[in-house]
Each structure stands twice: as C-alpha cells, then as structure tokens.
Design a binder for this molecule. Structure first.
Ligand code: COA
Length: 163
C-alpha cells in the first residue's frame, strides 16, 4: 500500500470536511461545523507547528485518505503524542497502521522522541487494534483523559518506547 505523509495545507479543507462529516465516521470526538471552520482550523497549523504540533495529511496514490499528527510535549521533551483518522471508505486496509509506522519513524529518528504516547477511547476497538499492531503497550486507564467537543472521555493510555 502506497501511503505518504505530507504537512497539511489549507486547500485540504474540503476533503477533510468531507471525511470528518461523513455520518458513518465515529470516534474522533471533534467535528468541524462547516468547511469554513475546517479552513480556519487548518490556518492555525503554522501557529501549532511553533508549539511542536506537526499535522500531516495521509495520501494514498495522491488521494487524501486521512490525517494524523505528532504533538511534542513542551515540558518533557522526550515525549510526544500521536493521533490519526482515516476516511470511512478507506478503513480496514492498513492505512492507519502504515501512517503510525511513518510517524514513529519521524518522531524517533527526526524529533528525538523516546516515548510515543497514544490515548484511545475505551470504545474505540479499531484504534486499539492499530495500537496493538504497531507494538504500542497499554499502560493504563485515564479517567477523562481527553477533551472532546461535548466534554471529556475516559481513555486507555498506550505507549511505545524507542529501542
Ligand atoms: C481508527 C482508524 C484510524 C483505523 O484506521 P484504519 O486505516 O482502518 O486502520 P487499519 O486498517 O490499519 O487497522 C484497523 C484494524 O482494526 C480492526 N477493526 C476495525 N473495526 C473493528 C471492530 N469493530 N472490532 C475489531 N476489530 C476492528 C480491523 O480489522 C483492522 O485490524 P486487522 O488488520 O487485524 O484486520 C479509523 O477507524 C478511524 O479513522 N476512526 C475514527 C477516528 C479515530 O478513531 N481515530 C483514532 C483516535 S485514537
């Protein structure tokens, strides 16, 4: 499977909105209200990058099939967190697994990360499977461990340590 990551562009907004607003897309917790909101979000990526947030577009044969990101912990410099989503029409083909492998390579080998963390809702079985396949270890359960649009969500904490 030919999967590439590149930095997100404002022109990705239409395709991201299409993916994120699909009624069968679930578990992400954050949904843009309209394309304009997605454009505004993507415009903030330059500022986010200055705070150590590297957001990528996942491409398959030059088609945008998802998004992902690495957030460098600004206090504990050896730690980073990751996140990802894949278009419902492209799920189950190993795309998230490949994107995580690519992010791991960037985080460990370019950003000097030693500990790579992933927070996954207790109900998100697909993402837990991705974490397992990529060799992340479930370390604990965090009550209200992530903030989503309508409040907070309990999550499992996964981590992978650089060898
Ligand atoms: C989680 C997500 C990114 C996975 O993307 P993907 O490209 O389909 O992932 P992969 O194909 O690499 O792997 C998915 C695995 O989960 C499995 N899976 C999916 N749904 C499942 C379910 N309900 N029960 C058990 N396994 C399930 C698939 O079979 C596959 O495992 P396999 O390779 O052993 O067959 C995608 O479902 C998504 O975008 N979800 C919404 C956003 C999200 O949850 N992001 C993660 C936040 S932590």
């Amino acid at each position: 499977m030919n999967i590439e990551l590149r930095y997100q562009q404002v022109s990705d907004a239409e395709r991201f909105y299409e993916i994120l607003s699909n009624s069968t897309f679930k578990n992400f917790g954050v949904q843009p209200e309209n394309i304009e909101a997605e454009i505004e979000y993507l415009k903030t990526n330059d500022e986010r990058l200055k705070r150590g947030e590297h957001n990528y577009t996942i491409c398959h044969n030059n088609i945008i099939v998802g998004g992902c990101g690495i957030k460098l912990n600004q206090h504990y410099k050896h730690i980073a967190a990751l996140g990802y989503f894949v278009d419902t029409n492209y799920q189950g083909k190993g795309i998230a697994t490949k994107a995580v492998e690519l992010m791991e390579n960037i985080a460990f080998n370019e950003f000097g990360v030693i500990r790579f963390e992933l927070r996954i809702s207790e109900f998100n079985i697909a993402s837990q499977r991705v974490a397992d396949k990529c060799g992340f270890v479930r370390e604990g359960f965090l009550k209200k461990g992530i903030k989503v649009t309508d409040g907070f969500r309990d999550v499992y904490l996964y981590a992978k340590i650089k060898k």
